[in-house]
Design a protein around this ligand. Sequence first.
Ligand code: MD3
Ligand code: FE
Length: 218
Amino acid sequence: MTIPWENGMEPDLFGTRRDEPIGPGAMILRGLASAPEILAEVERIAALSPFRHMLTPGGRRIGVEMTNCGALGWVSDRRGYRYEPCDPLTGRPWPAMPARFLQLADEAAARAGFPGFRPDACLVNRYVPGVKMGLHQDRDEAGFDAPIVSVSLGLPATFQFGGPERSDPVAKHVLDHGDVVVWGGPARLAWHGILTLRRAEHPLTGAARINLTFRRAG
Ligand code: MD3
Ligand code: FE
């Protein structure tokens, strides 16, 4: 099925493409996920497994609030970082991955050159002004063959994207409501982070930014 709000691969009236490669294996798909139904799904997920601050293995509270959907969810506590089938807060399985999430993730990955993406985990991050996510790699998944697809909703944020070494130089890109980014192949283990969110209001999310990351974790 075709997603009706997508713009296809054709140049637009201004002769530009909205699909922006930002490095080997990494591509921004501007505005691919701007449908309000996506935020309605996030509300359904958060009603079952609420956003919460997790603890780092060192015992510090993570500033970004998190929840998950799908067969596996990313968790952090004194015992470490890992994926778990049940929400430690509710003792129940994480909410199911909505069908439209699977469709969106597969569509985005395919456009970026990674067909057949079947994520089994979706980490949902919530940022309020003053919150950031420091530079890190995503390496808690069982394998790195599959890409990661991220969806940004609500307030804009500046994303930092480096290379496979922590000391590699970083490029900055502003991610706006509806922007989707795909990382795979040589970009899969790139260091990345989100700069401190600036105070602002978004008509759909208020003073918040929501980020979905679709992963093949198990
Ligand atoms: C590049 N989230 O949840 S999404 C994360 O906006 C995370 O909440 C950020 O980093 C956020 O782990 C950034 C962009 C992202 C996600 C995964 C990546 C970039 C990535 C994996 C490899 C390389
Ligand atoms: Fe990450």
